[in-house]
Design a protein around this ligand. Structure first.
Ligand SMILES: *Cc1c(COP(=O)(O)O)cnc(C)c1O
Length: 471
């Protein structure tokens, strides 16, 4: 492709982007498509001869936009948001045109240094102690796996990578039953095993935090049984209902027991830029060794962008650093030591993820972002009250902008309500399971949603529920 042609189609892509977003409210959040429908529209074999951009573009318009679930739709209340603020899309466009590989300082000096500065901006924004550093990963799953591997190496005297785990006893990791499935998988992949991930009960409303006495007792019982406690994973904002652990209390246990403490704040971490929220939910956060949060969820940095803060990065680097000849760097002069972030993470190759943080934080400022988050929390509360007033059972009260409810009927009726809502298309929600009961899960947080978008959900849910009840 010649660069003149690139320029023409690049302008068209930007134009498409603006039109697509302006028209989102007119689309169903989830498309009405059947499995296999999209694949059937694609040629079964690759073309031998190249095709013109006109044909590719026409097919893109024909095949793609109507068959997507629109995650940037202002009435998306399912899962958690995967926000992409417009300014972060621009940054991603620039990254994609420069297409750097940011594994070492010397393979991308400005990306590496901007990453360090952006992690520090966020550290300040979230009230974390000076001296902490961190790294931008692709996902919370990767950051949590890095932390679990660090727990493993620490608990085996840094011999696990070299010798394997045979004969080292049962390494044990502790978390709340409210913890995310990425923690189970991290324990599988790290060779710790599902049975050695000890899931402790929560203490119920309002925070559904882990039972700290049960945590202490489990560690003591494991030591008595000859097992090897390796680490604790705390939750700030669990996926099911937003559960959050008392970090001061969990941190005290980890400190008393000499255990590594990782905190999964993948969704709720964004809200910790609000001082009043972190004063409540992040008391004792300085006792953690590692924290992950996803700016690509609520904050607005286009997927993927997951920040892992580290009190002492050396432990993770000692776990993950590997340096074959071709990765050695010879840059030693200059005032600052050189950081090679691929030594902090599992993948070698790294995208330039800091640029969208730089654009996002500068364009909106912390106050602009806090304003959005506070609105979402307030509007989730209003929707919750609206549903309660119409006779819905609120199963778990809002934690930040997430709550769960039930309509009339049994578990099957709840799933049928979710399916009816999503087939209608005006809003999109997901189901959950709380204490064995099926619930409808409602999470507010799309970046540019308005109060009107959010409040419309009350009418839609009440209408569809009544229609079902009426037969
Ligand atoms: C979304 C989420 C994760 C997983 O995040 P990925 O970045 O998709 O790996 C982990 N924990 C919690 C609490 C989450 O909400």
């Amino acid at each position: 492709m010649e660069w003149d042609e690139f320029e023409r189609w690049g302008a068209k892509a930007a134009e498409f982007g603006a039109d697509y977003h302006r028209g989102l409210r007119d689309r169903p959040v989830r498309p009405d498509v059947q499995p296999g429908e999209a694949a059937a529209l694609l040629a079964a074999a690759p073309p031998e001869a190249g095709e013109g951009m006109e044909a590719i573009w026409a097919d893109f318009l024909h095949v793609v936009p109507d068959r997507l679930t629109h995650w940037q739709h202002p009435r998306f209340f399912a899962y958690f948001p995967a926000n992409a603020a417009p300014v972060s899309m621009l940054a991603e466009m620039l990254v994609s045109v420069m297409a750097p590989q940011c594994m070492l300082w010397q393979t991308s000096p400005v990306a590496t240094e901007m990453e360090g500065v952006m992690v520090d901006w966020l550290r300040q924004a979230m009230g974390l102690p000076e001296g902490w550093s961190g790294v931008v990963q692709d996902s919370a799953s990767s950051a949590t796996l890095s932390a679990v591997l660090t727990m493993r190496e620490r608990a085996t005297g840094w011999t696990g990578n070299r010798e394997g785990l045979s004969g080292k006893g049962a390494l044990r990791v502790y978390c709340s039953a409210q913890a995310h499935s990425s923690i189970d998988r991290a324990c599988w992949v790290a060779g710790i095993g599902q049975e050695n991930l000890v899931k402790l009960p929560d203490t119920g409303a309002p925070a559904y935090g882990v039972d700290v006495a049960a945590l202490r007792a489990a560690i003591a019982a494991d030591r008595a049984a000859g097992h090897v406690p390796a680490g604790v994973i705390a939750v700030t904002g669990g996926t099911g209902i937003g559960a959050w652990d008392d970090l001061a209390a969990v941190g005290q246990v980890a400190a008393d027991e000499g255990l590594y403490l990782h905190c999964d704040a993948a969704w709720a971490g964004s809200a910790m830029i609000c001082p009043e929220i972190r004063a409540e939910m992040w008391r004792g956060v300085e006792m953690c060794d590692s924290i992950v949060f996803n700016p690509h969820k609520w904050l607005g940095a286009q997927f993927d962008c997951s920040v892992q803060f580290l009190k002492d990065p050396k432990q993770q680097v000692d776990t993950l650093k590997i340096e074959p000849e071709y990765l050695k760097t010879t840059v030693t002069s200059g005032a600052s030591p050189v950081v090679n972030y691929s030594e902090w993470t599992i993948p070698l190759g790294r995208r330039f993820r800091a640029l969208k943080l730089w654009f996002l934080l500068r364009y909106y400022g912390l106050e602009g972002l806090r304003g959005r988050l506070r609105n979402h929390v307030a509007w989730a509360g209003e929707v919750c009250e609206g549903l309660r007033a119409r006779g819905f059972e609120i199963v778990t009260e809002p934690i930040l902008s997430l709550f769960t409810f039930r309509g009339p009927g049994d578990d099957a009726a709840q799933q049928a309500l979710v399916d009816a809502i999503n087939a209608d298309g005006r809003i999109y929600v997901t189901q959950g399971l709380h204490r064995g009961r099926k619930v409808v899960r409602f999470a507010v947080g799309q970046f540019d949603c308005t109060r009107e978008d959010v409040m419309m959900a009350v009418e839609v849910i009440a209408e569809l529920s009544a229609r079902r009840a009426g037969g």
